[in-house]
Write a protein that binds this ligand. Structure first.
Ligand SMILES: [Zn+2]
Ligand SMILES: [Zn+2]
Length: 189
């Protein structure tokens, strides 16, 4: 089959994504917690994701906690009926090496981009309506990152199905300090 180059590249990327996703090992939440602390103690690069049942990266209609270590070379997943937000809250400051749940620690000269402002406004609106939403930060090497050398903050709008994305060269710590407290203050999650 003679595919145009761009289509062929797209097919390769999609295929790589599927292969990577299928490689995730299922563990209990406690085992994932232990692994995350091991990564932290060994100074291994790691991060995690909470996937809601509506998440575009989720294959099941359950919540999922995804842990990735060593630039995505190690990947673990745990599915649950209830949102795994307690572990998320515990691990978020470790994963980002910063007090991302504390808006008061935002840099004084921080000015959010227009895209980030849009995410914050929409998150507040959804919280007021008690509509569950979530976001991701894809790190370099992350299986969900299509922008591989950069960090991307992805907000998924549960009502429209749209995503709002903000890519940055540095980890978006100040942005997270606005968004993470909103995420964990949701009544449903
Ligand atoms: Zn998602
Ligand atoms: Zn990831």
């Amino acid at each position: 089959m003679d595919l145009p180059n761009s289509l062929y590249s797209f097919a390769v990327v999609v295929n790589a994504f599927i292969v990577k996703y299928d490689m995730m090992q299922e563990l209990s939440l406690e085992e994932i917690r232990t692994k995350a602390f091991q990564f932290h103690e060994n100074n291994t690069v790691w991060h995690f994701h909470i996937l809601t049942p509506k998440c575009k990266f989720n294959k099941k209609s359950l919540y999922a906690f995804v842990l990735e270590g060593e630039d995505g070379a190690q990947r673990f997943i745990h599915y649950s009926k209830l949102p795994p937000n307690d572990l998320g809250k515990e691990l978020a400051p470790l994963a980002h090496k910063s007090k991302v749940l504390d808006q008061k620690t935002t840099d004084v000269d921080y000015i959010p981009s227009e895209t980030i402002k849009k995410i914050i406004d929409r998150a507040r609106e959804l919280n007021q309506q008690s509509i569950e939403w979530h976001h991701h930060v894809t790190f370099p090497g992350c299986q969900f990152n299509t922008n591989n050398s950069r960090f991307t903050l992805i907000f998924e709008d549960p009502e429209t199905g749209d995503t709002i994305e903000n890519a940055s060269e540095k980890e978006p710590i100040n942005d997270l300090k606005q968004i993470e407290p909103l995420f964990y203050s949701q009544t449903k999650i």
